[in-house]
Ligand binder design. Structure first.
Ligand code: PAF
Length: 279
């Protein structure tokens, strides 16, 4: 696996990979890879002839006081995992390759970026849309792969790609979970043993809430009970537990299809997010 950190060698390496009739898949990441990322690589392999992964801890998607400095960085271990999974090329740019001195452009996707994580983390999706648009331009893939765990991010990227005329496929890959149901996340590494044990209340409560809503219960009451249960389990702050239309992400106060339940809650210093279909 070739590792490149500068744009010129990236273009040369991509020119080598790009052959008529062969597809290149892009798996963008911020590193600290886990089985969820490796599933993205697997799916990319199924769809494409060559896989390019990127690792870049993107400063513009972290707000003030968030975990940019603490975000786990383990490039050597990540590169070994990607190489073992057959990734052809790792794009691991330096910060000044991505945002050179004088950099002044931002991509902002209105509507779908509002609410949920967009409300809790102002500016976050501008940073995501900007860096993903740059990664798309830099690598010009035939398909790009993103986890459904960051469902709103996936929706923002799909909207951005349609609006800016990126024509490659955007493929959403279902969330990978630990056996007890907790969604895999690089941020799970921040949890103490006790917090990890308590954290399972989030997916458990979400499954119960989704079941009760699908069974026809009153949405507002069920969500309020769910929030109380998550707090009782050890989460000290809930950013949201909401029922939304799975396509538009508009809030639903009554159950209608397609619906999805979204949650973000804080335990210790860790903010966990999750989402599941309600059907
Ligand atoms: O999901 C992530 O890891 C990041 O938000 C992404 C898409 C790589 C952009 O920095």
């Amino acid at each position: 696996m070739q590792i490149v950190r500068q744009l010129d060698p990236l273009r040369d390496a991509l020119a080598e990979l790009r052959k008529p009739g062969l597809k290149i898949g892009l798996v963008p990441t911020m590193g600290a890879l886990h089985a969820g990322h490796m599933r993205l690589v697997e799916v990319a392999r199924e769809h494409c002839d060559a896989v390019v992964a990127s690792i870049f801890v993107n400063p513009t998607q972290f707000g003030e006081g968030e975990d940019l400095d603490a975000y786990p960085r383990q490039e050597a271990a990540d590169a070994a995992l990607l190489e073992a999974a057959g990734v052809e090329l790792l794009w691991a740019p330096t910060a000044d390759q991505m945002y050179p001195s004088g950099y002044a452009t931002s991509v902002s996707v209105s509507g779908i970026s509002d609410g949920l994580c967009g409300a809790a983390r102002p500016g976050h999706f501008d940073g995501v849309a900007t860096v993903v648009a740059k990664l798309f331009n830099q690598t010009r893939p035939d398909a790009a792969f993103f986890g459904e765990k960051d469902y709103q991010q996936l929706a923002v990227i799909r909207r951005m790609a349609r609006d800016l005329d990126f024509t490659h496929d955007i493929v959403g890959v279902p969330t990978v979970r630990d056996p007890d149901g907790l969604a895999l996340s690089s941020r799970n590494a921040y949890l103490t043993e006790q917090q990890r044990a308590d954290a399972v209340a989030l997916p458990e409560t979400m499954r119960e809430v989704a079941g009760a809503i699908a069974a026809g219960g009153d949405v507002a009451t069920i969500l309020a009970e769910g929030r109380a249960r998550i707090v009782a389990a050890g989460f000290h702050k809930i950013d949201y537990l909401e029922l939304r239309d799975a396509d538009t992400l508009l809030a639903l106060d009554k159950f209608s299809q397609p619906a999805r339940l979204f949650a973000a809650a804080h335990i210790g210093r860790t903010r966990l997010i999750d989402n599941i279909p309600v059907s």
